[in-house]
Design a protein around this ligand. Structure first.
Ligand code: NAI
Ligand code: MG
Length: 345
């Protein structure tokens, strides 16, 4: 039996950190089924070379030939480029990866405030349906965007969030919304997520989860004032995007923060950071976010021992503080940090 892992390094430092994650996975040996890697392309460089940012062959290979995948980072241009749209947004839709799960933890166990939370972000709808229009109004141009919230998407992200909260020691879930203003859309999200524990198929499983609610603006405020109150947070797409970046800022370098895009049938690990053009090609990108993303991916697939070993090996490198990349005020290279992780493994 083997584990087929699609590798999509994409652009910039993605090409430096995804190969590092691959080495770390290989070093797990018999703790996981024999890994087989499938090299796939996507991204801005792919677009400039082939005219498409997400080739059909990449999607087909993921659907038919892979058990899971690791995605690096894309260099999306800020200006509008005809024919280009972000491959990661498209992949989440194509593969129905409806949840973006982002654990954020204090870098050092002694760090204050101590942060140990997970943001569970709905990944498919809200304002990201990208239905925008503009027209001439009485007082100048008017632009509108559609914000879609469905019961189905809210229920399945709610189920994902309750499952994660149920499995954690604190068993606490905060529902993020703004239904004091957006009582129809956010109201539906809030009500549907609240209803998850009552679903017949759930059969009381989540009765041990304590439910809290917080309006999104005050949630950001609280996140900065007293982040230790949060355990699992579940939010519609846009709020989740903002909250998870805000939470990441509290613990230091982006080079440490992993995420996973998850659906019912597929899982794709992805470091939270972008392609970092300022350091790309210098060999100093921090590979730890990608290695942690590989751990998240393996954990969701049920390879707990392999995932734990990766996390412990990364934690040890951080704790020892000797071999770190410049983003963590160290002097080491990507390869040296990888070597330290491999030694711990
Ligand atoms: P970025 O995350 O690429 O970089 C922000 C800062 O953090 C830079 O100073 C960079 O050097 C540093 N950094 C990021 N990851 C690091 C790592 N592993 N090790 C050491 N330092 C690291 O964000 P930025 O600069 O806003 O975006 C650059 C490009 O990446 C843009 O084209 C953007 O569209 C794209 N991007 C792609 C994402 C994705 O693929 N999911 C997510 C965010 C941005
Ligand atoms: Mg973001």
């Amino acid at each position: 039996q083997s584990l087929r892992i699609g590798l999509i390094p994409a652009d910039g430092i993605g090409r430096e950190v995804i190969p590092a994650a691959k080495e770390a996975i290989i070093a797990l040996g018999s703790d996981i089924p024999k890994p087989e890697f499938v090299d796939l392309i996507a991204g801005w460089e792919c677009f400039t070379r082939t005219g498409v940012a997400l080739p059909e062959e990449t999607v087909d290979a993921l659907k038919n030939d892979c058990d899971c995948a690791l995605f690096g980072s894309v260099s999306s241009p800020s200006r509008r480029v005809v024919g280009y749209s972000s491959p990661i947004v498209a992949l989440r839709k194509e593969m129905d990866l409806y949840a973006n799960i982002r654990p954020v933890m204090s870098v050092y166990p002694s760090q204050k405030p101590s942060i140990d939370l997970i943001v569970v972000r709905e990944n498919t709808e809200c304002l990201y349906v990208k239905q925008e229009t503009q027209q001439q109004g009485e007082h100048g141009r008017e632009a509108r965007a559609t914000r879609l919230i469905t019961e189905r998407a809210s229920r399945r992200i709610g189920q994902m969030a309750f499952e994660l909260a149920h499995a954690r020691p604190r068993k606490h879930l905060t529902i993020i919304h703004k239904s004091n203003v957006l009582s129809v859309t956010d109201g539906l999200f809030r009500e549907t997520v609240r209803g998850v524990p009552l679903l017949p198929e759930v059969n009381g499983k989540y009765n041990d989860v304590e439910i809290a609610e917080q309006l999104v603006d005050s949630a950001v405020y609280r996140l900065f004032r007293e982040p230790e109150v949060f355990d699992v947070m579940v939010a519609p797409n846009l709020y989740g995007d903002i909250l998870s970046d805000a939470a990441a800022a509290l613990v230091g370098s982006l080079g440490l923060i992993p995420s996973v895009n998850a659906g019912d049938n597929f899982v794709m690990g992805e470091p939270v950071h972008g392609s970092a053009p300022d350091i790309a090609g210098k060999g100093i990108a921090n590979p730890l976010a990608s290695i942690r993303s590989a751990a998240l991916m393996l954990r969701r697939l049920g390879y707990i021992k392999g995932a734990d070993r990766l996390d412990l090996a990364v934690d040890q490198v951080i704790r020892e503080g000797e071999i770190l990349t410049p983003d963590l005020h160290g002097k080491s290279t990507t390869q040296e940090v990888l070597a330290a992780v491999l030694k711990n493994l």
